[in-house]
Design a protein around this ligand. Structure first.
Ligand code: SF4
Length: 227
């Protein structure tokens, strides 16, 4: 145990000194480093790389534009099946009100996610992005499975789908949570296409969109996969 602790400590010292650690060292930190030690090292790196007196953040609001979904995740208590009378789709007026409420408390954007609603046309998503941007709301939106559904709907492929969403007003993509959940829990039936979405999103966003996409540390069921 002592050898492991010393090793963890030396790795964190190296991190704070600016050395990039390798996969084995990262795995050791995942397994053995305490949260307070990791937090202290992360703060030290932040202070080294940025103005120590300045910390930035955004205030945004989680908005689920629809709860109609045909994915049927077994853990999900949120969705309603397509055709259900209890399902909802937010109206423009409801979206506008949420935008005003958000801005009134200093918020700047929506983290926008829905169910995978088969009743919505491709144009809905483009209109949704452009409408929110017209309200002054930064759109941080859509999970990999929603993007995949849109690409199937429009037949344009992932890259063109992302390009049109970006041009309509999509500012950035979340996905860490949903992608991690999908890969970790639903792998048996969705991993192939979700993995392909993630790969294409990474590739496209890094090369073309420069979108902020999912911290990879949240993906994977095993620590080795997260690393
Ligand atoms: S995709 Fe999202 S909304 Fe649909 S069932 Fe799964 S967790 Fe629920």
């Amino acid at each position: 145990m002592e050898a492991k602790a010393a090793s963890t400590s030396s790795i964190l010292q190296a991190v704070m000194a600016g050395r990039r650690i390798d996969e084995t060292e990262a795995l050791r930190l995942f397994e053995d480093a305490s949260l307070p030690d990791l937090s202290a090292a992360a703060s030290a790196v932040r202070r080294r790389l940025n103005d120590p007196a300045r910390v930035s953040f955004v205030v945004d609001r989680n908005v689920n534009y629809t709860d109609v979904c045909n994915v049927y995740c077994t853990f999900c208590a949120f969705y309603h099946k397509p055709g259900s009378r209890d399902g909802y789709l937010l109206t423009r007026e409801q979206l506008r009100r949420k935008a005003e409420e958000t801005k009134a408390v200093g918020g700047t954007g929506f983290l926008l996610q829905g169910g995978v609603n088969p009743d919505l046309p491709w144009s809905y998503y483009l209109d949704l992005c452009s409408y929110l941007r017209s309200l002054g709301i930064w759109v941080h939106g859509f999970s990999p499975v929603e993007i995949q559904m849109m690409a199937r709907l429009n037949g344009l492929g992932l890259e063109e789908t992302l390009r049109q969403l970006r041009d309509a007003g999509l500012g950035s993509l979340p996905g860490a949570v949903v992608g991690g959940i999908l890969l970790g829990i639903l792998e048996t039936f969705v991993s192939a296409y979700v993995s392909s979405v993630i790969r294409d999103v990474f590739s496209f966003s890094l090369l073309v969109l420069l979108l902020m996409v999912m911290p990879t540390g949240l993906f994977g069921r095993f620590l080795e996969e997260k690393v």
